[in-house]
Design a protein around this ligand. Sequence first.
Ligand code: KG4
Ligand code: ZN
Length: 334
Amino acid sequence: MKDVYILSIESTCDETSIAVIKNGHECVALTILTQMDTHAKYGGVVPEIASRMHTENITMVLEETLKKANMTVDEMDAIAVAYKPGLLGSLLVGVEFAKVLSYVYKKPLIGVNHLLGHVYANNLEDNLEFPLLALVVSGGHTELVIMHDDYNYELLGRTMDDAIGEAFDKVARVLDMPYPGGPNVEKAAREGLNIYKLPKPVDDDTYNFSYSGLKSAIINLVNTEKMKGNKIRKEDLACSFQTVAVNELERKLRKALEETGIKRVVLAGGVSANNYLKDQIEKVCNRYDAKLYKPRMIYCTDNGAMIGAAAYPLYLKKDFKDLSLSPESEANIC
Ligand code: KG4
Ligand code: ZN
């Protein structure tokens, strides 16, 4: 069969990224332009600034990627773009850019769910086999899903309020750590001990997650200690939070492995960059003799390569979009 090259675009939040992906598995070229330093000054992503920066940079990111690949848009078999979920203004830049390329170069257009991009990122390292359990942990989502096959999914549970990444970011903020919070909380936690007593997120037997109670408990604890004039041991609080937050993922994953008998697990999303989380999930998988797919660091956070990997099964199914494709800010994995 002829090789398939997909030009894939990611602009859902604060990274402008474009890749060339061969046959859904090989990253020929990848450029990631992060706006992190700009947003760090404001303590979080400012949507208007994000979309303006995407607009300013996307053409340059395309040129850079094509140069690295030593290829032209004409040589691509399709144009893929992450069209949901994300910040509307940011998504709009990527989607319109992809539509123009698809129209001008007469290439099929593929719309990709960003969350599935995180799952399929694992195809850049490995070869996903089904059925599998996908644990999606990002800034906006916490979901546990059975993937029976490519694009054939069943939701087990998701967060009823905050996502785990959001909780990491809020805890970082209350502990005066800079944006992005997750990596800083992880760094602090490495130096700390699990000594603070924190509430268990969801005390039930469902697959639902909840992180707002845990987050509020930490905010209250910090405020109370401050009022009393007591010093907070940031490292210990970060470690206690991380332990409880990750323990909840372990608990639900154990239940899913037991109840479904599935022997494969995919870890996906920005929070999967967390080493403690990776180690704990790995331990659970070992105990159940399940294979764990976990992306390499560069593919953990937002990037265009994962969009091309997720687009490939859609290309094979000829599941193409037309020029009416519109971004959707709210979406889940299924
Ligand atoms: O998937 P992602 O890049 O963007 C979304 O789609 O949301 O995930 C970003 C989230 C942020 O909440 C960030 O704090 C978190 O991933 N994150 C981490 C770590 N690295 C990134 N959380 C905990 N530990 C980390 N090392
Ligand atoms: Zn993401």
